[in-house]
Design a protein. Structure first.
Length: 307
């Protein structure tokens, strides 16, 4: 009985330490301004952190078939009689053709960059400490799909600073049902071009297009996604992250010493926070680099003394 009691007490202490570590998360990761980008360890080390930039990639290369399909569109008009139809369509034929080419070209040439946000803070107002489910860097499906099967890296950034650097088009994703996705269709009308004029009608079509870009099926709602877009003619667009990056979150699963040393060096050189995540059947443990190094310094001398 005594042995069981001692075992129970030790287990309780371990659970307490696990809970305490997860609630000593630095304030920067609690901010609603902080957003997260998942990637492989190699991508983080060799490209993003080394080159100090993030890449916006063509939307058409997305794995989601709803995003990478060509745009569905049609053209027509509303007229009071046949004479009006012939007159308006004759006046607008060239302009509408040009309009279609420009708008569709803009849409199909879209480049995008995806992030996860922290959950709305209002959702957890009754909590003394924010639970793990609040944080945008603790999404298992994202670690599985984009974080190299739990063996990658999640980088954190200030959304406001990124927008200052790249203020072209930025959207929180709106999650909708299939019934809403079915109208991902652009319509070009001769009579609207005739009444509004080219510039005004172009702007209204771009606004519709931007709305369509911000929609994704509701099954993805757990990602709580924020996106940045570019419509340049280049194949890729890049954003300088030097002033925006504020954290490195590293999975300890199969983390090599080389990769760890590189990430630690970037963290210290850039003056940003670094967290270690340790996954287990009982959940997740989170430790800061500072805490990890303090513990290591305490353990290593004691091991050396035994030798």
């Amino acid at each position: 009985m005594e042995q069981k009691s001692v075992g129970f007490i030790i287990l309780g202490i371990l659970n307490f330490n696990h809970y305490k570590m997860n609630n000593d998360i630095p304030e920067v990761f609690k901010s609603q301004d902080t957003i997260y980008h998942y990637c492989s360890t190699n991508t983080a080390i060799e490209h993003i952190l080394f080159e100090k930039q993030l890449r916006l990639s063509p939307r058409k290369s997305s794995f989601d078939p709803i995003e990478n399909l060509k745009v569905s569109y049609g053209q027509g008009g509303v007229y009071s009689n046949e004479f009006e139809m012939q007159s308006i369509e004759q006046r607008t034929e060239t302009g509408l053709k040009r309009l279609i080419e420009e708008v569709i070209g803009r849409y199909e040439g879209t480049k995008q960059l995806c992030f996860c946000k922290n959950a709305p803070i209002e959702k957890f107002q009754s909590h003394i400490n924010l639970p793990e489910e609040y944080y945008g860097f603790l999404k298992p499906r994202m670690w599985d799909q984009y974080g190299n099967r739990y063996q990658g890296v999640c980088l954190s950034f200030s959304r406001d600073k990124l927008i200052e650097i790249h203020n072209e088009l930025n959207h929180d994703i709106n999650y909708v049902a299939y019934s809403h996705l079915s109208n991902n269709h652009l319509s070009f009308h001769h009579h609207e071009l005739d009444s509004k004029g080219y510039d005004k009608y172009y702007s209204s079509l771009v606004a519709t297009m931007n709305m369509l870009l911000s929609r994704k099926h509701q099954d993805y709602s757990g990602e709580n996604e924020f996106r940045m877009y570019s419509f340049s003619d280049k194949e890729y667009e890049y954003i300088d992250i030097s002033e925006a990056i504020n954290g490195i979150i590293v999975s300890k699963r199969n983390l090599s010493k080389f990769a760890n040393d590189q990430l630690v060096r970037y963290s210290k050189d850039m003056g940003i926070q670094m967290l270690y995540l340790h996954w287990s059947s009982s959940g997740i443990s989170i430790r800061t680099l500072e805490d990890y190094e303090k513990t290591y310094k305490m353990v290593v001398p004691s091991l050396d003394a035994k030798k």
